[in-house]
Design a protein around this ligand. Structure first.
Ligand SMILES: Cc1ncc(COP(=O)(O)O)c(C=O)c1O
Length: 394
């Protein structure tokens, strides 16, 4: 036995200040097994396509067990460069402007760490993905939330951004298509925001990990808009669209100076992303596009069924145009997000994430990941409908 009191005193105050991930906490509760259906975790229900798994097995047989270059396999960077150019109209030099990372998570950490000086303000449209706030805090930055509203489909607006900018603002951290809201920004939405970004000399970190997952309109990378390439770090990865969460491969693209800064940190902390996983990612880009498109078509089918179902049972939900999340309002129940999520889990055996964990503006909403089977989604809707009837009788 050892004394936790003694060990605990050694933690740095920055680490001590970090709250545990609300999603993980709910994941643990949801993970009770049995008849519970969890829409809590943002992860494809598909297994990585077989061809990709086979490429990894072959790489192991071929003895590809050594480090790669710190920047990642050159073939992968070349393929990524061609992919970003053809899919999102921005071209990056594979030698100087792309780095392969351990998931997009590492890229978010590197990018924030590479640009934040203590006291710098990082503007984050909220509700937002849960990692940005603690990572900013760890690197000595201060979060400034930019309000995104349900009545504006949770889009970032120039008015809200302008209101949040101060002389200390340095970074705008964005994520579209958005986790948790499913919001997509169009070129028209971006143009007035781009003006503000340039006027206030902000650097943008654009987490585009859901860029492939849009339904009906194509993702617009902010880096493709005039004046933005030189002040934007684009982040993405293979976890979501290519069903590769456990492989841990992501990447960042941006101006050489910023990528070189990120590389300085990456070479000491990660060395390189796992070699066999990089080979699998390369296979996904070269031969996995059809499988990816089939998975996206399947998410779209589930999205339509699920969002229509939520609205039909009185949980008003704007149409999410991207990612695989629905973010309905639970205001009509009079409960807090946390009360709703806990009762739904206990009484209806459905796991969701209460909106408040995604920052201000998330209270009054729940996040449901619809990357679950149609059968499970139908069961969830039935259970939620019953739950709504019971709560409205009380
Ligand atoms: C917006 C966003 N960024 C980054 C990540 C992390 O993804 P990865 O598995 O590539 O680290 C997630 C995962 O949920 C996410 O939703």
């Amino acid at each position: 036995m050892y004394s936790e009191k003694i060990a605990g005193q050694f933690l740095s105050s920055r680490v001590r200040d970090i709250r545990p991930s609300g999603i993980r906490a709910f994941f643990e509760i949801n993970n009770v097994g049995g008849d519970t259906i969890s829409l809590g975790v943002g992860e494809p229900d598909f297994v990585t396509p077989e061809k990709v798994r086979e490429a990894c097995i072959q790489a192991l047989r071929d003895g590809k067990t050594k480090y790669t270059s710190n920047k990642g396999l050159m073939e992968l960077r070349e393929e990524l460069s061609a992919y970003y150019a053809s899919s999102f109209a921005v071209t990056y030099d594979p030698e100087q402007e792309i780095i392969v990372t351990v998931g997009s998570s590492e890229a978010v950490d590197l990018a924030l760490r590479a640009v934040i000086n203590p006291g710098d303000e990082v503007l984050i449209p909220a509700p937002s993905y849960i990692a940005y706030e603690p990572i900013t805090h760890l690197h000595g930055g201060n979060i400034v939330e930019v309000e995104a509203k349900d009545e504006e489909q949770f889009k970032l607006t120039p008015q809200a951004l302008q209101a949040a900018i101060t002389p200390h603002s340095k970074v705008l951290m964005i994520n579209y298509p958005c986790n948790p809201t499913g919001t997509v920004m169009t070129e028209q939405d971006w143009l007035p925001i781009v003006e503000l970004i340039i006027q206030h000399n902000l650097v943008v970190i654009s987490d585009e990990v859901y860029a492939e997952l849009t339904f009906g309109r194509k993702h617009v990378s902010i880096a493709a808009l005039p004046g933005m390439r030189e002040r934007t770090i684009v982040i993405s990865g293979f976890s979501k669209a290519f069903a590769m969460t456990g492989w841990r491969v992501g990447y960042a693209c941006g101006p050489g100076e910023l990528i070189a800064g990120m590389l300085k940190i990456h070479q000491y902390t990660a060395m390189c992303a796992p070699t066999i996983a990089q080979i699998a990612a390369l296979e996904s880009l070269r031969y996995g596009m059809t499988a990816k498109d089939e998975m996206i078509a399947s998410y779209n089918e589930r999205r339509k069924l699920f969002v229509a179902g939520l609205n039909a049972i009185g949980l008003a939900c704007h149409e999410p145009e991207g990612a695989f999340y629905a973010f309905p309002s639970i205001a009509s129940t009079g409960m807090s997000s946390e009360q709703f999520a806990l009762r739904l889990l206990k009484e209806a055996k459905v796991g969701v994430v209460p909106g408040h964990v995604f920052g201000s503006g998330g209270e009054g909403f729940i996040r449901c990941s619809y990357a679950a089977s149609l059968v499970d989604l139908e069961k969830v809707l039935e259970r939620m409908a019953r739950f709504m009837q019971v709560t409205q009788l009380v």
